[in-house]
Design a protein around this ligand. Structure first.
Ligand code: AMP
Ligand code: MG
Length: 414
């Protein structure tokens, strides 16, 4: 049996970062920038007002207070989106709205609240009118300077950045419609098993619904990759071969089932004819049997294959530990690990056969401390206990027993 780390290292050795492509910025969410991005413009492009108020010459507010207002002649108004073409001459002011460009001659903005506009509202309809400034206002007040957010020519987003909503906003703020990102991997998902029925079919006696296709494809989507659903292959060599060939136009083929001891000869037979297959037992629970291989396509491309165990929880946990990092590597993501925190266990657990246990737990925070509680029976077919879990407690190979109150490392899934 090999360790989780050995299996992961061997698997990751087969994957590399995919090519880049120009992608509409909104669709690039979650992808990784393949190039540095430099600003082609200043943001904001012009000096503009941060408040609704009056654009004035700061020196003309000297000595202003509510008992000694300074009076200026308001010659016009400038709204956001319009041009400020009336210069502010000595003795004058221009009424200005938030976001509107600062008129030439003005060097500060006095907010409405610091003028006598509010009490006189209604009287000040047509220009010119006189406004009383009630506070001395230093130069540069309430002005957003051109380029204060982004200076033209500067590096604003670095290659390798994983695009989040704020990055989409920054790209839009400099007028970029597309971003150079590493493309999303295509991942084929194939279930195997004579006992499986698709959810679109009625369940016959002896059958169970194929849940792995859906949980794994959802996991693929959650990683930011595109699933290609191949359906169910029956447990026969020709059926499996045919389905697998349909998946070879992807970057990764994931199968579930057919790798446990009794079954695996069939998978091995198909896979060894079409490529190379390695079969490991990994020192972990759930999820001991794991197949890994590489297919050769008709065009000479190589497509890695991860053969996950069929039990629904084993399939999900082995996806988490092996497929997710592989997909992230293809996507160019540097940070491929889930956060691990120390938690106090609220349940006892036995580890009888020297494998590493990944136990489904719910992590809660109380009084600044983290606690983890098992979500229920840990059988590898109990998918609902996976659904209730927000984390996996990691019980190392050499620990035979976890007692209530023991501190254990816990991998957060959310
Ligand atoms: P296998 O690894 O093929 O021996 O599968 C082990 C067990 O996992 C089977 O007996 C099924 O109960 C279950 N199983 C396998 N594939 C699926 C699937 N696609 N959806 C739900 N359960 C499955
Ligand atoms: Mg099977």
């Amino acid at each position: 049996m090999i360790s989780v780390e050995e299996a992961l290292e061997k698997i990751l050795g087969y994957f590399k970062e995919l090519e880049k492509g120009e992608t509409p910025i909104l669709e690039s969410l979650g992808q990784v920038l393949a190039e540095d991005v430099y600003a082609s413009i200043d943001v904001p492009p012009t000096d503009n007002s941060a408040m609704d108020g009056y654009a004035v010459r700061a020196s003309e507010t000297n000595g202003a207070s509510s008992s000694t207002p300074k009076h200026l002649q308001v010659i016009g108004e400038v709204a956001a989106g319009s041009l400020a073409n009336q210069p502010v001459q000595p003795g004058t002011a221009v009424r200005i709205m938030t976001g509107a460009p600062i008129p030439p001659g003005a060097n500060t903005v006095v907010p409405f609240e610091e003028t006598d506009e509010l009490p006189r509202k209604g009287q000040l309809r047509s220009f010119p009118f006189t406004i009383g400034i009630l506070r001395q206002t230093p130069p540069d007040s309430n002005i957003r300077r051109a380029g204060e957010d982004v200076h033209r020519g500067t590096l604003i987003l670095k290659k390798g950045t994983e695009i989040r909503p704020s990055h989409v906003g920054v790209l839009a703020s400099i007028g970029m419609q597309t971003a150079p990102v590493i493309r999303r991997p295509n991942v084929a998902v194939l279930a195997t098993g004579d006992e499986l029925a698709d959810i679109s079919q009625p369940l016959k006696p002896g059958q169970l619904f194929n849940s792995n296709t859906y949980s794994l494809a959802a996991h693929v989507l959650d990683c930011g990759a595109s699933p290609k659903i191949l359906g169910i292959a029956r447990d026969q060599v020709p059926a499996l071969t045919e389905k697998i060939r349909q998946g070879l136009d992807t970057d990764l083929l994931i199968t579930s089932g057919g790798v446990s001891m009794g079954d695996y000869d069939m998978v091995k037979e198909v896979l060894s004819k079409e490529g190379e297959i390695t079969f490991w037992t990994v020192r972990m629970k759930p999820g001991k049997p794991l197949a890994f291989g590489v297919f050769n396509t008709a065009t000479g491309r190589k497509v890695p294959h991860l053969g996950l165990p069929g039990n629904p929880v084993s399939a999900m946990i082995t996806f988490e530990l092996f497929a997710r990092p592989a997909i992230f590597k293809m996507m160019g993501k540097q940070n491929r690990n889930r956060p691990i925190i120390q938690c106090t266990m609220e349940d006892a657990l036995k580890n009888q056969d020297g494998r590493r246990i990944y136990a489904r737990v719910r992590v809660m925070q109380r009084d600044g401390q983290y606690f983890a509680r098992l979500t229920g029976p840990q059988g590898s077919g109990i998918l609902t206990s996976m659904a209730q879990a927000n984390a996996l407690a990691i019980i190392s190979e050499d620990i035979t027993q976890v007692r209530e109150g023991d501190r254990v490392p816990v991998m957060l899934l959310e």
